[in-house]
Design a protein around this ligand. Structure first.
Ligand SMILES: Cc1cc2nc3c(=O)[nH]c(=O)nc-3n(C[C@H](O)[C@H](O)[C@H](O)COP(=O)(O)O)c2cc1C
Length: 209
């Protein structure tokens, strides 16, 4: 029996006095000629009918983050961090868009993750993955381990696109949108539930105190 059918969807999150939950949509690929923006545009369309979530893009391609980490970054690196850190810090939740590279996720995404710490803490993370035959599922399973170390909570449901390039037309529309649209709704409902619950919990008692 498919356990998906046994677990009801989380109750809708009512817009709170604190306003809609802020979701950083993270583009993990910075590859020249990347497909990621097509997937990002599709995902941003899934936020349009929601009053509980507002999306802001954080793009690894906007910042040239070095792989050599430093606790006292140079002014040049600090300037690059300033292009992405505020969006991560302000977010109540994340959706990570990741392709699969050699059965894992891209180095650009790992650099963004490793250059930050507190920004991920006690927040939920959802995943949209894409790639060849695997649809990026191996990248997602590895990212769950990474985010656990950062005290982040990964949500169960994901959206994945196998053979992603062939799934969208030249205008960036998905050729058969019913299933991915439904998957995105389930994923965003879970993300909203966790983000709301964790925001309330952190207001009552800061995480780690
Ligand atoms: C270096 C590299 C390694 C890849 N390895 C895999 C892989 O292991 N499994 C897979 O399904 N697709 C793999 N692909 C295909 C990519 O997931 C696919 O081209 C995806 O669209 C890349 O995302 P991007 O265009 O946004 O960078 C690989 C692509 C590249 C460039």
């Amino acid at each position: 029996m498919n356990p998906t059918t046994e677990v009801p969807a989380p109750s809708p999150v009512s817009p709170s006095l604190a306003g809609p939950l802020k979701v950083a949509v993270i583009l993990g690929s910075n590859r020249e000629g990347r497909f990621g923006p097509v997937v990002a545009d599709w995902l941003l369309g899934r936020f349009r009918d929601r009053d509980d979530l507002v999306a802001e893009v954080v793009d690894t391609a906007d910042a040239g983050l070095p792989t050599a980490l430093s606790s006292s970054p140079s002014p040049e690196v600090a300037a690059e961090l300033a292009k992405v850190t505020p969006g991560l810090a302000a977010a109540d939740a994340f959706v990570v868009l990741t392709p699969e590279y050699n059965h894992s996720f891209p180095a650009s995404l790992k650099a963004l993750i490793d250059w930050h710490y507190e920004e991920w803490r006690a927040k939920p993370v959802a995943f949209v993955s894409y790639g060849g035959v695997s649809g990026g599922l191996r990248a997602v399973e590895q990212l769950r381990l990474v985010f656990a170390e950062l005290h982040a909570v990964t949500v169960r449901d994901t959206v994945s696109f196998h053979n992603a390039g062939a799934s969208f037309d030249d205008a960036g529309r998905h050729r058969d949108p019913a299933a991915p649209d439904a998957a995105a709704k389930a994923m965003l409902d879970q993300l909203a539930w966790w983000a709301s619950a964790l925001r309330t919990a952190k207001e009552a008692r800061p995480y780690g105190s």
